[in-house]
Design a binder for this molecule. Structure first.
Ligand SMILES: Cc1cc2nc3c(=O)[nH]c(=O)nc-3n(C[C@H](O)[C@H](O)[C@H](O)COP(=O)(O)O)c2cc1C
Length: 177
């Protein structure tokens, strides 16, 4: 799939068929995550793969009852590793770069899943503490996204985007071309 086609065609998918994801597909998705950029190449992110129904149920509960987390055959929880980044960059690594490293990996996961014919969604609305407890995360990891992935059982319409003219500024904020 052409990159621009993948970027434009990817949608948040929130309904999944029960079929499992083939291991090679999951590996390719994780490799795509691994090759995302990161500050100083610290790669301050970790990935927890969740297939256990009890753990998925706890994630769904932590995410305010978003049931598709439980329905998906796999959830990938992307975590920012504060200390891996802080060891090089101090507070800027701890409070900023690790979040960016993790977010870059999330976008690669979403695009790779789409390119493989799978559906996925970036879920960010959850109680951090409950996710951390469900996954046994140490305090230096912060969950940045729960990503349910599976074969799509819906084809959502593209939601609207704000016009580029409103978002893009030339040379100084507020200026037009
Ligand atoms: C930081 C972040 C948090 C999000 N949290 C949720 C969420 O908790 N639940 C959900 O269903 N979608 C969530 N989304 C998905 C957005 O709703 C979705 O990306 C947006 O509506 C645009 O739709 P599209 O992804 O199909 O282009 C989140 C997306 C981002 C980037």
């Amino acid at each position: 799939m052409d990159l621009f086609e993948a970027i434009r065609g990817r949608r948040s998918v929130r309904a999944f068929k029960p079929d499992p994801i083939p291991d090679p597909a999951l590996e390719r998705i994780l490799e795509a995550a691994q090759w995302a950029p990161s500050a100083g190449n610290c790669q301050a992110r970790d990935f927890v793969i969740v297939t256990d129904p009890d753990v998925k149920a706890r994630l769904a509960e932590a995410a305010l009852g978003q049931g598709f987390i439980e329905e998906a055959p796999v959830d990938i929880v992307v975590c920012a590793n504060r200390e891996r980044s802080a060891s090089r960059y101090g507070d800027r690594g701890r409070n900023l770069y690790c979040l960016m490293d993790a977010a870059a990996a999330v976008e690669n996961i979403l695009l790779a899943a789409h390119a493989l014919g799978l559906g996925a969604c970036w879920v960010g609305a959850y109680r951090d503490g409950e996710v951390m407890e469900a996954l046994g995360l140490p305090p230096w990891l912060r969950p940045i996204a729960i990503i349910p992935i599976g074969f799509p059982a819906e084809s959502p319409r593209p939601p609207p985007r704000i016009r580029l003219e409103k978002l893009v500024h030339f040379n100084r904020y507020g200026s037009e071309r």
